[in-house]
Design a protein around this ligand. Structure first.
Ligand SMILES: C[S@@+](CC[C@H](N)C(=O)[O-])C[C@H]1O[C@@H](n2cnc3c(N)ncnc32)[C@H](O)[C@@H]1O
Length: 223
């Protein structure tokens, strides 16, 4: 168990795996930049999201805030909320937003803390592979609740792994985040879970091969 997990448990709060699993959160941004083709998948998410001015976007499991900050820089006329259970990651996110001169509503918590029907779109990147299966289900249901009718989901994560990608995933992500929570993603559960959570038009839009395994981007819509 990591320190943030021990702290959460001691306080009787729900536990979570921090950004880099057993690694140091301070190293997270460099690791993602070096190993995951970060700009490729973050850019694809921004293109697929393509929000209209005035829309409200919630980034669930925002971590150190990289996606939320990029989003606000590229689409300044949207309102962005970044929510994450990890206070250390949120401190890094706040600094990043200040340095980029963008305003983001940072909140500590899980997706279920988002108000019902408050967002035009929900985004999430590299979060649910490190969440237990029950939490994947409840988190996706909470993202669905947070959306307005017809709202969009842009969901990016390690997904089905095949061949060499399965080996790389095992040697990197599964070493840091453990096997139990990550294996369902590698076995391909994501599209089914997204649909079960009440989304329609679930589509895998991109499969991006990286040194840490295949990262997929799904889009879906609230029924
Ligand atoms: C690998 S990081 C990804 C951070 C960020 N989304 C990005 O693209 O860089 C995973 C994040 O999910 C958060 N997290 C872990 N369990 C979660 C849960 N059940 N619900 C929401 N966020 C969670 C962690 O605190 C961590 O910041």
């Amino acid at each position: 168990m990591t320190q943030p997990e021990r702290d959460a448990e001691a306080q009787g709060s729900p536990t979570f795996t921090p950004p880099l699993g057993t690694g140091d959160t301070a190293d997270y941004d460099r690791a993602i930049r070096t190993w995951t083709r970060e700009l490729r998948w973050r850019g694809a998410m921004l293109d697929l999201l393509a929000p209209n001015p005035g829309e409200t976007i919630a980034d669930v499991g925002c971590g150190t805030g990289s996606f939320a900050v990029l989003l606000k820089q590229r689409y300044p006329l949207v309102a962005v909320t970044g929510i994450d259970p990890d206070t250390q990651a949120l401190d890094i996110a706040r600094d990043k937003a200040v340095r980029a001169s963008v305003t983001i509503d940072w909140r500590q918590g899980f997706a279920d803390a988002l108000p019902e029907a408050s967002a035009d779109a929900v985004t999430s990147s590299l979060v649910f592979h490190q969440v237990p299966l029950a939490g994947k289900r409840s988190g996706m249901a909470a993202m669905n609740r947070a959306l307005k009718p017809g709202g969009r989901l842009i969901f990016c994560d390690y997904s089905r792994q095949a061949g060499l990608m399965r080996l790389l995933f095992r040697l990197t992500v599964q070493r840091l985040d453990g096997v139990e929570d990550t294996q369902p993603n590698a076995d391909g559960v994501l599209p089914g879970l997204i649909a079960e959570a009440g989304f329609t038009d679930v589509a895998e839009r991109e499969r991006i091969h990286t040194l840490t395994g295949t990262i997929a981007i799904f889009t879906a819509r609230k029924r």
